[in-house]
Design a protein around this ligand. Structure first.
Ligand code: FAD
Ligand code: FES
Length: 258
């Protein structure tokens, strides 16, 4: 159920070169949210800049505290990084459709690239509470951007070789999938990474869910600002039909959305 909340910040702390975690208490949201859903935040209460809310995945929920993990990219996230505990923000959520956990699968592989790690903490915690075997395959640009994670990591890659194996996280995926039985893949990261993960899984006939990014305005399915082309040629809104989709539903030949 979508709800508006005026929330007080509990903490806003730097966790890597450009990334921060921000936490706040919303008991209702904490109880009703599912992994893969997001919150839409007005970053500047009392001012019109930036005009539009910004979407952030729910990174984790601990008790009645909700946490997001964000990277400073532009003016909105720069403002967010300056927010102090006790400041208030205007949040809508939980929004969208999250990961559909398949209880019949024996192995749940989480694949994250860069800030695609953001929804994985919450997903990992949910899989753990369901006693489902899960691991994380995690790729980043460099060790300075590596975000600490509670999830058991099976392999790490980095673009510059400063941690884990040098190269793209997708290069580790085929071998990993060969070594596990009856897997399902949940992926979040940049479009080219998701496209490669979707192709690898499709070739091996392994189910795969992807969390997509798109520019958003309303966040609730009203403006069509966030649509992507689906494999049947129709357009679907990422904010309310997603952000998590079965990878076979997406037309991966369209230009990168974000
Ligand atoms: C469903 C969803 C969940 C998201 N979850 C997270 C998250 O958990 N953590 C996180 O750090 N980011 C997340 N994002 C991306 C985040 O919303 C953008 O990085 C943010 O809106 C940038 O705002 P800004 O004002 O700082 O940047 P802007 O000044 O608006 O833009 C700066 C740069 O960021 C790029 N950018 C803007 N919007 C997006 C976007 N939606 N996706 C990717 N790049 C964008 C622009 O192309 C530009 O290069 C999510 C996006 C979506 C759609
Ligand atoms: S952001 Fe308006 S329909 Fe998705």
């Amino acid at each position: 159920m979508k709800q508006y909340h005026s929330i007080q910040i509990a903490s806003n702390a730097r966790v890597s070169d450009k990334a921060y975690t921000l936490s706040f208490k919303i008991p209702g949201l904490a109880k009703s949210a599912d992994p893969g859903q997001f919150v839409h935040i007005r970053l500047s209460p009392g001012s019109n800049h930036p005009l539009l809310r910004r979407p952030f995945s729910i990174n984790d929920i601990r008790g009645d505290k909700v946490e997001i993990l964000y990277e400073v990219k532009g003016s909105g996230t720069e403002l967010l990084s300056q927010i102090s505990p006790k400041d208030t923000l205007d949040v809508i959520g939980p929004l969208g459709k999250g990961f559909d956990i398949d209880l019949r699968k024996r192995y749940h592989l989480l694949v994250a690239g860069g800030m695609g790690i953001a929804p994985m903490g919450f997903l990992g915690r949910r899989l753990k509470s369901l006693k489902l075997k899960h691991e994380l395959l995690y790729g980043c640009r460099s060790s300075s951007e590596l975000i600490p994670s509670d999830i058991k990591i099976c392999s790490i890659s980095s673009d510059d070789g400063s941690c884990g194996k040098k190269g793209l996280v997708t290069s580790l995926l085929p071998d990993k999938l060969e070594s596990c039985q009856n897997p399902v893949v949940y992926a979040c990261g940049p479009w080219p990474m998701l496209k490669a993960v979707a192709r690898i899984c499709q070739n091996k006939n392994i189910p795969c869910q992807v969390s997509l990014e798109s520019f958003m305005a309303c966040g609730v399915g009203a403006c069509q600002g966030c649509v992507v082309r689906s494999s049947d040629g129709s357009y679907i809104s990422v904010c309310d039909k997603g952000p998590v989709f079965d990878s076979r539903l997406i037309d991966w030949d369209q230009d990168c959305v974000v």
